[in-house]
Design a protein around this ligand. Structure first.
Ligand SMILES: [Zn+2]
Length: 425
C-alpha cells in the first residue's frame, strides 16, 4: 500500500511518515556529521551501511541531493573496509549487503560497480571459509551444530541471503557458493528417516551426558531457527534450490508453526527439545529479531514457497494476531528495527504486500503510529535510543535512525528490496 492508496487518518499518517523519513535522510546525508556524534569513531562502519541504504531509498523518490548523499556515504563506508565486527549489518559484509540491497540505483555506476564485484568475491570467500570449516555431513559430526553457524546475523542464512541477492542482481559468479550453503542448510534441517521436526543431531542429544538439561534453540529470525527457514524458503521462491530443500522447509516450517502458543498469541523465543511450551522466565515478544513478527513472516514465506495453504494461513494468523494486542504489550523496546516497533512495522509492511488481510493493514497502521510517537525532533537524528535510561544518538540500521527511517519510508511507499537484509523478502 502506498500513500496514494490511503484515505483519512492513514493517509495523513503516511504523509507524516514520509516527511519524517526524508528529514532523517537529510540529517544523515553528510557522513562526517553522523560520525562526529559517535562515541567511537572507529566504529563508523557500523552506521554507514544504513546511511547508504536510506540515501539510496530517497534517491529513487527524487529527493534533492540524495544521489550525492548515496555517493558520499558509499565512499565513506568503502574507505573503512575491511572492518570488524563484520556481519549482515555492519563491517565489510554489512557494506556489501547495503550495496546489493539498494533499490534501482545505477549498478553500472563507476563507484558501485567495483564494490559489487569485489564484494561478491569477498562473500564467496566468506562462504567457502565457513562451509569448509564445517563438519559435514551431520552423521559424521561429533558435536551439534552451533546456532551461530546457521543463523541470519552472522551465519549461513545471512551470507546465503546476500549471495541470493547477488544472483538476483545478475551476478552469477557466486552460484557455486550459494549452492554449497543451500546444500549444507538443507542437510542440517532435514530430519533423518523416522524423525520429524528437527534433526536430533541439531539438538545434540546424543552428546549430552545422562541427566543434563536439554539444549535450547532460539526460534527468532535473527539468531534462531526462523532465519534458515526464511532463507531456504526465499531461495526456493527464487527458483534456487537443491535436492530435499522443499522437505527441509516443510519440516522446519511445520515445527515452528506448531510452537506458537495460542493463549499467549506468540512464539516462545526459544524451544527446548521436543517441547513446545514456554521456557521459565519467558516473556511474550513480538519483535522482528526474536519474536512473532519475524517468525510469522518466515512461516508465511515457507507456505508460499511450498504452496502449502496451512503454513500460509499460520503465517498470516500469527502476525495479524498482534493487531489484537495493545502495542505496549508487544514486548518490544523503543522504535528500532531490532527489538523495537519499526521491526514489527517492517514485517507487517512486507506481509501486506503478499496478503491483503484487513487485520494486517490495521497492524501496519498501529505499528507505524507507535514508531511516529517516538519521533524527537530536537535530537540529532530524530530517533534517540535509550539504554538503561541513558540516551544514545545512533544512526545504524539495526538500532538507530537509518533503520527506523527506512521502515517509515516503506510504510508510506511500499516494501522494497532492503528488507532482504532482514530476511523478510
Ligand atoms: Zn533485537
Amino acid at each position: 500500500m502506498s500513500t496514494a492508496d490511503r484515505t483519512g487518518e492513514p493517509a495523513s499518517r503516511a504523509s507524516r511518515a514520509s516527511a519524517i523519513s526524508a528529514e532523517v535522510a537529510e540529517r544523515l546525508a553528510y557522513p562526517p556529521r553522523v560520525i562526529n556524534h559517535m562515541m567511537r569513531r572507529d566504529l563508523a562502519h557500523v552506521v554507514l551501511p544504513g546511511c547508504v541504504l536510506l540515501a539510496a531509498q530517497h534517491s529513487v523518490d527524487g529527493a534533492s541531493d540524495s544521489c550525492s548523499a548515496v555517493r558520499a556515504n558509499l565512499q565513506a563506508a568503502f574507505e573503512r573496509l575491511p572492518a570488524r565486527p563484520d556481519n549482515l549489518f555492519q563491517g565489510t559484509t554489512g557494506t556489501i549487503g547495503a550495496v546489493l540491497a539498494m533499490r534501482r540505483f545505477d549498478f553500472s555506476d563507476s563507484l558501485v560497480q567495483p564494490i559489487i564485484e569485489s564484494g561478491c568475491n569477498w562473500l564467496r570467500h566468506q562462504a567457502r571459509k565457513a562451509v569448509n570449516s564445517y563438519p559435514f555431513p551431520k552423521l559424521q559430526r561429533s558435536q551439534a551444530a552451533p546456532p551461530e553457524s546457521y543463523e541470519a546475523i552472522s551465519g549461513f542464512s545471512g551470507i546465503g541471503r546476500l549471495l541470493l541477492l547477488a544472483a538476483e542482481q545478475g551476478q552469477s559468479s557466486a552460484d557455486a557458493e550459494l549452492r554449497s550453503i543451500l546444500e549444507l542448510l538443507t542437510e542440517l534441517f532435514t530430519p533423518a528417516s523416522g524423525e520429524s521436526g528437527i534433526s536430533s543431531s541439531l539438538w545434540g542429544e546424543s552428546q549430552l551426558p545422562v541427566g543434563t538439561a536439554p539444549r535450547v534453540l532460539a526460534t527468532g529470525v535473527a539468531h534462531g531457527l526462523a532465519g534458515p527457514l526464511a532463507f531456504l524458503s526465499l531461495s526456493l521462491i527464487a527458483g534456487r534450490y537443491v535436492d530435499d530443500q522443499p522437505e527441509a522447509v516443510r519440516s522446519l516450517g511445520t515445527y515452528l508453526a506448531a510452537l506458537r502458543s495460542v493463549t499467549a498469541h506468540s512464539w516462545p523465543t526459544a524451544a527446548a527439545v521436543r517441547d513446545a511450551v514456554d521456557l521459565p522466565g519467558y516473556i511474550p515478544n513480538h519483535g522482528w529479531c526474536s519474536g512473532s513478527a519475524g517468525i510469522a513472516n518466515a512461516i508465511h514465506l515457507a507456505g508460499l514457497a511450498l504452496g502449502d495453504s496451512s503454513l500460509i494461513r499460520e503465517g498470516i494468523e500469527g502476525l495479524s494476531l498482534l493487531d489484537d494486542i495493545p502495542v505496549e504489550e508487544w514486548g518490544v523496546m523503543g522504535s528500532a528495527l531490532c527489538c523495537g516497533y519499526s521491526g514489527v512495522l517492517q514485517a507487517a509492511t512486507n506481509a501486506v504486500c503478499r496478503a491483503d488481510d484487513p487485520r494486517l493493514n490495521s497492524l501496519v497502521e498501529k505499528a507505524a503510529q507507535a514508531v511516529l510517537n517516538s519521533w524527537d525532533e530536537d535530537s540529532p537524528f530524530g530517533f534517540p535510543r535509550y539504554v538503561d535510561g541513558k540516551r544514545m544518538d545512533t544512526a545504524d540500521l539495526l538500532y538507530g535512525a537509518s533503520g527506523i527511517a527506512l521502515a517509515l519510508h516503506d510504510y508510506a511507499h511500499g516494501a522494497s528490496s532492503w528488507s532482504s537484509l532482514l530476511l523478510l523478502r
